[in-house]
Design a protein around this ligand. Sequence first.
Ligand SMILES: Cc1cc2nc3c(=O)[nH]c(=O)nc-3n(C[C@H](O)[C@H](O)[C@H](O)COP(=O)(O)O)c2cc1C
Length: 331
Amino acid sequence: MTSNARQHEVRIPAEQVNYLIATAARAPSVHNTQPWRFRATDYAIDLYADPKRKLEMDRDGREMVVSCGAALFGLRLAIRSLGYMPIVESFPEPPRLRLLARVRLGAAVPMTPQEYLMLEALPLRHTHRGPFAGDALPAGLLSGLQHDALAEGATLALIDRALAYQRLADIASAADRQQHRDPAVREEIRRWSRDADDLARDGVPAVAFPAGTRRVPGRLPQRDFDLGRSLGLLPTEGPPAAATAVLLTTGDRRADWLRAGQALQRVLTHAATKWVFASLHTQPLENASIRALIRDRLSLPGAPQMVMQLGVSHTARSTARRGPDELIEPC
Ligand SMILES: Cc1cc2nc3c(=O)[nH]c(=O)nc-3n(C[C@H](O)[C@H](O)[C@H](O)COP(=O)(O)O)c2cc1C
């Protein structure tokens, strides 16, 4: 790019780089692997996948890219809070597979009130594996979340018929049992789950999962992070979830996964503005044939990227993240 063209570009304020990266890194990621890296230049922040943090069971890297997509949405929101529109170029240099997006500062436009609420709710958002409060969801929230997904190029399909829910629950239970028998899956969970004294800033901490795998009516099976070790500190009993949904994309390639991640974080952050949180369930999506079965049996109009259950909680507890200095992609 010529220096003349550069005159119209907005510099990334150097003193905001850590804030931008830390806000992006609040995103959910499978097993809290945080499989992302960032490189800030004068005019852009590049988002890279970090395949060293890809799970073995995530064979094609779908969950890694969805996680990075969620971080990309956080980066966009953080740029909005600086008063600029983000300009996102996905896969800007296709031969560089790990480079997922380049984000620049565009036109100066003040944050909307909704964006402000979402920025405030971002630290509250968490994956909710404990009991929900049992309150009804705020009126209009679900259609608002569906609008968010559409705005990001995805679809949030509500599983609101009893038959469809039962089918999903049956498939999810079978997938859960299958994974439980797989020593490699168990070993990977062991590696990424933390007991209460562990100070690691990645992985799933004991305060965020229950001990045991007791099934709760109206809740899909949770991934078993405890593995019989009695580490988990969350209670299990409680009212059913208020809603169940599947996030879909029309295609099923890396660009769709990146889109799904952005939609996911937008949906979850919007929900958090109303103290509504989600449990996430991807065990049934980690096996290609079970994933296809979900699509068929529920007649879903797209590729399932995330299964979630939503409910109100009056408390929120966030899990740790690595700091921006640990997330820099070396030159
Ligand atoms: C692609 C993806 C898949 C996930 N799958 C599951 C899952 O199957 N079960 C679960 O309990 N949490 C799942 N999570 C949630 C992560 O474990 C969670 O985001 C991470 O531990 C960080 O915690 P937080 O979301 O509370 O910040 C998933 C998240 C992502 C982005």
